[in-house]
Write a protein that binds this ligand. Structure first.
Ligand SMILES: C[S@@+](CC[C@H](N)C(=O)[O-])C[C@H]1O[C@@H](n2cnc3c(N)ncnc32)[C@H](O)[C@@H]1O
Length: 268
């Protein structure tokens, strides 16, 4: 084993602790210090040994506990004091997670790092919502886009290419801009009747899956008071959600003796 400090940029997945990789779980048990943000679920934080130092660095939209530069600096400073530092991020660290910015900073500072992929929200949340990202005859490709921009900047997306009826579109961080996204896609030619879904707190006992259409996306979100973290999914694959709703079905039928949604998942 090397004595040199190492920062592990670890993906925690979307919330369900059973979706952690074995490597992520092992690192959580062995770390000297864990630096985490808002998207890491309580259920995953509960797996951290009692004696391990934890540092919360926030990152609710528009309410950053620490700025990115300060987080970068914190990681470098920790690497001077501790041997094993885990930087724990929701989902996958390299998908809208700024993990690459932290990795580049560490590289520039000469700090050793490793990256541990996690299951990204688009994959896990759609699966738990009964929506396949691709399906023969409905969608042969998938696009992940960020539905927000830096403060006061308009969304800068290639609407023409996104308005593809044969593709599935997953929008991260788009809640505040759903009306604009909906209108731009319709203006670019995507049918307003295209099935769409909103998935809030995906893969956790608090998951809500709301089915709608592209033309009603923003209105549905506001009527249902959807809150972050949430994904919007647009595409014909959403039409399969009714039949493939395994997560909610388990909850509804209350498999076995257990009624908690999360526990019900363990029913075989
Ligand atoms: C800053 S991005 C981080 C994405 C993360 N790195 C990943 O790979 O999933 C945060 C956005 O991811 C989405 N997200 C993350 N976890 C989610 C969850 N459990 N349910 C729904 N959306 C989620 C939401 O759109 C949220 O605003």
């Amino acid at each position: 084993m090397r004595d040199e400090a190492c920062v592990y940029l670890v993906g925690a997945g979307p919330g369900d602790p059973d979706l952690l990789t074995r490597k992520a779980y092992r690192l959580l048990q062995e770390a000297d210090v864990i630096v985490y943000d808002r998207l890491v679920s309580e259920e995953i934080l509960a797996l951290i040994p009692a004696g391990t130092s934890r540092i919360f660095v926030g990152k609710a939209s528009g309410n950053h506990h620490l700025g990115q530069d300060e987080i970068n600096e914190l990681l470098t400073n920790l690497a001077r004091r501790a041997r094993m530092i885990v930087r724990l991020k929701g989902g996958d660290p390299l998908i809208f997670g700024r993990g690459s910015e932290e990795a580049l900073h560490l590289a520039q500072q000469g700090v050793r790092f490793e990256i541990v992929p996690g299951i990204t929200a688009a994959s896990a949340c759609t699966t738990y919502a009964g929506i396949p990202l691709t399906h023969r005859g409905l969608a042969g490709s998938v696009r992940f886009v960020a539905g927000h921009c830096r403060t006061d900047q308009p969304l800068d997306l290639d609407w023409q290419s996104l308005a593809d009826p044969d593709s599935t579109l997953v929008i991260y961080m788009g809640l505040a801009n759903l009306a604009e996204i909906q209108q731009k896609l319709i203006d670019a030619g995507l049918d307003a009747r295209t099935p769409a879904a909103l998935i809030e707190n995906g893969s956790t006992p608090r998951q809500r899956r709301i089915l709608t259409t592209l033309g009603n996306l923003a209105q549905t979100s506001s009527e249902q008071q959807v809150v972050s973290p949430a994904l919007a999914v647009i595409g014909r694959v959403v039409s399969l959600a009714g039949e493939m709703d395994w997560f909610a079905q388990n909850v509804d039928v209350g498999c076995g003796e257990r009624s908690e949604p999360h526990q019900a998942l363990n029913c075989r």
